[in-house]
Design a protein around this ligand. Structure first.
Ligand SMILES: [Zn+2]
Length: 235
């Protein structure tokens, strides 16, 4: 059997794998992934602040309604009190107390409103900052994406060429050998190991004499008992 051809095939196959791996490790690609993550976070943050602002607006409108209601009450109250001369001093005192309560309630309402309005303003500023940050990242992303698309298109051509080189050699191999190679490669890379000083150079285990003898005479692919790699003795 022709292990030399399988070995040569492996060099080309692994070269294509290495390049494919390099493509995945591309700095631009990593940057784009990071930026996508960042944009997602900004989006989530924006939505969170948005919902907070929504709640604040709801409360603001409730307090405004309450302030209007209290003001109307106060207005009605002052109209009723137009003719104060007819009241007893006790009634006047009671009415003053009521007026005072109403005014305090109105004041409290306005205080709450002012706090809420300030918070809403702060939240809107934060939202604006998020929007600016996201826009900046998005424009950076777009610029890098443009460059990356070119890089990726070129790399794809190169990878295809490397695969073709390997396939051309692979086509000439025995189908069963190639199948065995692929099976081993699923759990061991590189899938073929040379023998050196009776050792498997994949895992450095010394092979039993029996295996060595078999390797020289056998017509089938032999694998290392320890790591499962296909054994190749060049001489
Ligand atoms: Zn081994």
């Amino acid at each position: 059997m022709d292990l030399k051809a399988l070995w040569d095939y492996m060099q080309l196959d692994l070269e294509a794998d290495r390049f494919s791996n390099e493509m995945r490790q591309s700095e631009k690609r990593k940057l784009l992934i990071n930026q996508t993550e960042f944009l997602k976070k900004q989006q989530a943050q924006f939505a969170k602040v948005d919902s907070e602002i929504g709640k604040m607006e709801q409360k603001i409108s409730e307090y405004k309604e309450e302030a209007d209601r209290l003001s109307a009450l106060f207005e009605d109250f002052t109209k009723e009190n137009a003719d104060i001369q007819e009241l007893s001093s006790e009634d006047v005192a009671n009415r003053l107390k009521t007026a005072d309560k109403l005014l305090r309630a109105i004041e409290n309402c306005e205080k709450q409103l002012s706090v809420l309005l300030k918070s809403a303003e702060t939240a809107e500023r934060a939202q604006n900052d998020i929007r600016k940050r996201a826009a900046k990242t998005k424009s950076e992303y777009d610029a890098i994406k443009k460059e990356y698309d070119v890089e990726f298109a070129n790399d794809k051509i190169k990878l295809k060429q490397l695969r073709t080189n390997a396939d051309k050699v692979g086509e000439k191999l025995d189908a069963a050998d190639l199948e065995k190679y692929r099976q081993v490669k699923q759990h061991c890379t590189p899938p073929i190991a040379k023998l050196l000083n009776q050792q498997c150079t994949g895992c450095f285990m010394t092979l039993p004499i029996g295996t060595l003898r078999e390797l020289k005479s056998s017509d089938t692919v032999l694998t290392c008992d320890n790591c499962g790699r296909i054994l190749y003795a060049p001489d």
